[in-house]
Design a protein around this ligand. Structure first.
Ligand code: PLP
Length: 367
């Protein structure tokens, strides 16, 4: 197995603690430990042994609660959505299998599929439709040879989401050809205006949903995620997890349980922050309307801008990082050149500072 470089994560891992203004993040300003746990004293006597490999019954039940038709037997707790995605795909795909990926997308599943020796077919959301899904293109791409269709909803990097009717259409298309559907729903709950995005879970019995606490909940440092799937997939992914992380981090899972019990409150916080900070990015973009085009994000603290500056995205971001101490994500990392993904979930001072730095970089570029 040889995995291709995961360009965006490589860039972020290298620079996120070194740049002054990190606008590459897609989640919301993280909670402090005190914000996350009211009664810290209650944790003092917790024994830090191995946690249950599947996750605790209570944590799994809390996750099942927002996936209609799921029970805790359909849930495996993982180390981040990243591990959930890895286990879900690695237990399904074999060399030579065909995997359809709805693009643009967070490139993890794309890279894992290629690393596993699969043949990847891309079906692109249509930018000219405001990054909506082209159901006819999906219908044409999915065949009886398709092992898995991977979709990220709400979508990273575009911040757009499928309607409940589109979720059903996509599920039906995949079901009709007999393959699996793997839906990464880590941005579910981070809607700016719309009601909570419909989950894919439960539409038919070959659906696997992944998610985690890193985005809407503001708790990426806990590294807690989950897989929601039929019991046979839970058994297969749990067995592979014996080779990856064995069990969730005990303390993280305890904190996750507290967070999931306050889900409504944390999702309200997410909505508040998204609506507080999007106007800052939007008014910056409006001042560049000649050179930028975009669709306002429906979910997630990210906007995907097309641009007409005379420079390729990776080169621009490299200069932005090294000369201006500011990081955004180049479209090249999503196979979408002449685009930039800019986050807006960070503290407003960082957001404003980063946008001013981009302005200075653009002036330098024009000189
Ligand atoms: C679509 C998507 N899936 C998974 C992840 C990784 O999530 P986690 O931090 O829960 O591992 C990210 C992080 O940016 C993401 O955007």
């Amino acid at each position: 197995m040889r995995f291709p470089e995961f360009s965006m994560e490589r860039m972020q891992s290298t620079w996120e603690h070194r740049v002054k203004y990190d606008l590459s993040e897609s989640g919301l300003e993280a909670l402090t430990l005190e914000d996350a746990v009211r009664d810290l004293d209650a944790l003092r006597t917790e024994r830090l042994g191995y946690a249950n490999g599947m996750g605790r019954d209570q944590t799994r039940a809390l996750v099942a609660a927002f996936h209609p038709e799921a029970t805790r037997d359909n849930v495996l707790i993982t180390t981040g959505t990243s591990e959930a995605n890895f286990l879900a795909l690695a237990t399904l795909v074999e060399p030579g299998d065909e995997v359809v990926i709805v693009m643009p997308s967070y490139m993890q599943l794309h890279g894992i599929a290629r690393g596993l020796g699969a043949k990847v077919k891309e079906v692109w959301l249509r930018e000219e439709w405001g990054w909506r899904i082209d159901l006819d293109a999906l219908r044409a791409a999915v065949t009886p040879r398709t092992k898995v269709v991977c979709i990220c909803n709400p979508n990273n990097p575009t911040g757009q989401l499928l309607t409940a009717a589109e979720v059903l259409d996509v599920a039906t298309i995949v079901e009709g050809q007999g393959g699996w559907l793997l839906a990464d729903e880590v941005y579910r709950g981070a809607e700016r205006v719309a009601p909570e995005t419909a989950t894919f879970y439960g539409h038919h019995d070959r659906i696997i949903v992944t998610g985690g606490l890193s985005k809407a909940y503001g708790l990426p440092g806990l590294r807690i995620g989950w897989i929601v799937a039929p019991p046979e997939r839970i058994a297969a992914t749990w067995a592979m997890k014996d080779y990856t992380t064995i069990a969730p981090a005990t303390l993280s899972e305890l904190l996750a349980e507290i967070a999931l019990a306050r889900r409504e409150q944390l999702l309200k916080r997410a909505r508040y922050l998204l609506n507080e900070r999007w106007p800052i990015l939007e008014s910056w973009a409006a001042a560049h309307a000649q050179e930028l085009h975009w669709v306002a994000p429906a979910a997630g603290a990210i906007c995907f801008f097309g641009y007409s500056f005379p420079i390729e995205s990776a080169e621009f971001v490299d200069r932005l990082i090294k000369e201006w101490g500011t990081m955004v994500v180049p479209g090249a990392h999503f196979n979408a050149e002449r685009h930039l993904r800019i986050g807006f979930g960070m503290p407003t001072r960082t957001l404003r500072g980063g946008l001013e730095a981009i302005d200075r970089a653009l002036v330098a570029l024009a000189d």
